[in-house]
Design a protein around this ligand. Structure first.
Ligand SMILES: [Zn+2]
Length: 273
């Protein structure tokens, strides 16, 4: 694991050359609307001293994430699963996220303090059937702990693992969309061994919640995950009115997704217990 730092730097186009000389950006990477550039460096990049000299006296911001090698991912017994294809917004979305939440989840379970929601009571509704192309899985904007799978891929790969699925509905017509299934993720009663001193307790429901950007391995699971190929871990992350759990997969499911070359996914390894 290495820390990958994103730099956002304010500058004029005429000042770009020294950054191009270090191969940090190309001419076309200049962001006209914000008069800035963005680039990433791993923590052991030899250019860092030169970059810091260039940044001296300039306005810039940084944001760190964890970067994992293929070996790191393969060595993990469990990994959290993320989606880079967010296929639109759950419907209805006229007044923002509260609209779909009101009809999709049991309103009794919604916390007005942190946005934790209750059990799902109706199918998700999409504006349009998914345009799969060569992709197999997606999630939706606002939603970090649900996964949607192309129906034939679900039947071939996830149903044999014992995972049930829900129908997904075309919002306008109310018809079931035959090409997509939502995995009915098992909710387990264990999560990650978080440093509780870093949690923030919701004043309304009392649930601890953690910063979503974990710049490290995720902490070990604090329960027996051996019988679950895919599940939702019982630790909340988020901020404001956005709270979510993480979808966790076993190393076998990770290998399956790699072997099948499923696109638009990312993986965050969990420290082995
Ligand atoms: Zn709450």
């Amino acid at each position: 694991m290495k820390v990958k730092r994103q730099y956002s730097v304010k500058l004029e186009r005429s000042e770009l050359q020294p950054f191009m000389d270090l191969a940090l950006v190309r001419e076309k990477d200049y962001l006209e609307f914000s008069r800035s550039i963005v680039f990433h460096l791993l923590e052991d990049d030899e250019r860092i001293p030169a970059v810091l000299r260039l940044l001296d006296g300039r306005k810039y911001g940084t944001y760190d994430t964890a970067a994992f090698s293929d070996e790191d991912l393969e060595a993990a017994d469990h990994l959290a699963l993320g989606f880079s294809w967010l296929n639109g917004y759950p419907q209805p979305d006229g007044d923002g996220a509260s609209d779909y939440q009101r009809i999709t989840y049991d309103p009794e379970g919604l916390c007005e303090g942190c946005g934790i929601y209750g059990k799902q009571i109706t199918p998700f509704r999409l504006r349009l059937p998914p345009k799969w192309g060569r992709r197999k899985m997606f999630s939706l904007n606002w939603i970090f702990d649900e996964m949607f799978v192309e129906t034939s891929y679900y039947e071939a790969r996830f149903r044999p693992l014992g995972l049930e699925a829900r129908d997904v509905v075309h919002h306008k017509s109310g018809d079931i969309i035959p090409t997509v299934k939502q995995i009915d993720l098992p909710d387990v009663d264990f999560g990650f061994q978080m440093d509780t001193s870093k949690g923030e307790i919701c004043k309304v429901c009392g649930t601890p919640r953690y910063h979503p950007n974990v710049v490290d391995y995720l902490p070990p699971l604090n329960g027996d995950a051996s019988t679950y190929p895919v599940f939702r871990a019982n630790t909340y992350f988020g901020d404001g009115m956005n709270s979510f759990r993480k979808i966790v997969i076993s190393s076998d499911v990770f290998s399956m997704l790699k072997d099948d070359k499923v696109r638009a996914l990312y993986f965050h390894p969990i420290k082995n217990a």
